[in-house]
Design a protein. Sequence first.
Length: 258
Amino acid sequence: MNKNVIKFVTMISVFFCLLWLAGLGWAVTEYYAGKPDKIQEKTNVEKKEDKKDGMHIVAIGDSLTRGTGDETGKGYVGFLLDEIKEKSKKDVRLTNLGISGQRSDQLKQQIQQTEVKRQLQSADMILVTMGGNDLFRGGQGLLEFEEAGIADIEKKFLENMRFIFQQIRASNSEANVFFIGLYNPFIELEQGKEMSAVVRHWNYQSAELSAAFPKIVFVPTFDLFELKVNDYLYSDKFHPNTKGYRLIAERVASLLTW
């Protein structure tokens, strides 16, 4: 065979050999280059699964949500949080949006805020305390005790709460909502019995309103304070003390399924 032909055939062979090696290298590079994406995708799935194992609790309302009067600083929200962590063994996160002194008309405004809606949207459980400042007005409600006036206050309160519940359900249709009822801190005063009748009616209407919405549960507390109210009140004779908040937390916890 001619040397030139042999040389030509050898060059062609080398060329195709190099071409094959280049193709093999490209294929291997593409294969391993795709691996991180798959690993990342798996990691994202795992993160989503981990998130499902946790719980986000959002608390809204007034000074009872803040825990005013509790020397430990926990309030019923904090005690309930401890109970849930202990029994569920879940990673529980709390967002407390309570504002001391807040009335229902103010909560109505707060719940329309973008950040509040975002927190509610991600919640697994929502806790609500509201109504004490509407009805009692720092004790002024007793001094101006008139059933007609209180009826107007109750009507406006229920209208506000209906709007609040509608907003909660618009933001989050799945989370369980626990609406804490009122107790009567003035039960042992001169007009205590009359005020107790008002509180019971107020609670009844609140319970009826709650029942009109899916997964909104009214939590009664009137009976917890009725017989030994002073044993469970803070020195201001209005807010619960540590014992009082524990009672409320235990009542809410008794409604949970683990």
